[in-house]
Design a protein around this ligand. Structure first.
Ligand SMILES: *Cc1c(COP(=O)(O)O)cnc(C)c1O
Length: 232
């Protein structure tokens, strides 16, 4: 079994190759290592190999890891899972980024609860690209209204959009999904919102995402291996 540092290196090489293939600067594609269900030791191994951004889906598990790894001061934590109202305060206090905002009520709470001592919380809106009934995310139809509301909140900095498209077999189909998210971001920028982030692409489809302009790619399995059962 390859070790975490080797797998991280392989994923980084894939991102660079995909950026170069697309004529993009690889420096504009950042990797979020998705460490959900993985132990703090795995995060530390990736950190020692140079990784700084980590994505977590489950609040309590993430807080436990943050406590265990408090000595690693350069860690940047991204919350990427569904957000319940009663979790917003801890998210606002303990993360630098949130990718999964899909309701105005949640955004308002995060803004109100973001400590004054910290910079604004960096936020992406999660879009349900395929209107899948059991998936989080705002629909493309409702996105502009939500974006305008979130953009105006004082303690959030809206950076862009995130999506987890329905699985597609071919690279061409994967790219078509990601292109729809890119087009949605461009439409918001046309309304003079200063947005620069497309959080898209995972282990199975990161090449297609980078080809369509991903700036944050969220990769779990191909760095850490198969996941353990979630801890809730
Ligand atoms: C788990 C997860 C990922 C990582 O998926 P892999 O297929 O393991 O790379 C990315 N984004 C979100 C929102 C996730 O929940």
């Amino acid at each position: 079994m390859p070790k975490i540092d080797e797998k991280l290196h392989n994923v980084t090489a894939r991102l660079i190759a995909a950026a170069e293939m697309a004529g993009r600067d690889p420096a504009h594609v950042a990797l979020v290592a998705v460490s959900k269900t993985q132990p703090a030791e795995a995060v530390e191994a990736a950190y020692r190999a140079g990784q700084r951004r980590f994505g977590e889906n489950y609040l309590q598990e993430a807080l436990d890891k943050q406590t265990a790894l408090a000595a690693l001061t350069e860690l940047e934590w991204h919350f990427i899972g569904p957000i319940q109202s009663n979790k917003t305060r801890a998210i606002a206090e303990h993360f630098q980024w949130v990718h999964s905002v899909d309701r105005e009520k949640i955004a308002r709470r995060l803004s109100e609860q973001r400590p004054e001592s910290l910079p604004p919380l960096q936020v992406c809106l999660q879009v349900n690209l395929d209107d899948e009934p059991n998936k989080s995310g705002v629909t493309l139809a409702q996105l502009p209204d939500l974006a305008r509301a979130v953009y105006a909140l004082p303690r959030l900095q809206l950076r862009g959009l995130m999506a987890i498209p329905a699985p597609r077999e071919t690279r061409v189909e994967q790219r078509a999904s990601f292109a729809r998210l890119r087009t949605a971001l461009e439409a918001l920028r046309d309304e003079n919102m200063a947005l620069d982030t497309l959080s898209m692409g995972m282990s199975a489809d990161l090449e297609a995402a980078v080809a369509e302009g991903a700036t944050l790619v969220r990769v779990g399995t191909d760095i850490f291996g198969a996941r353990q059962a979630p801890t809730g």
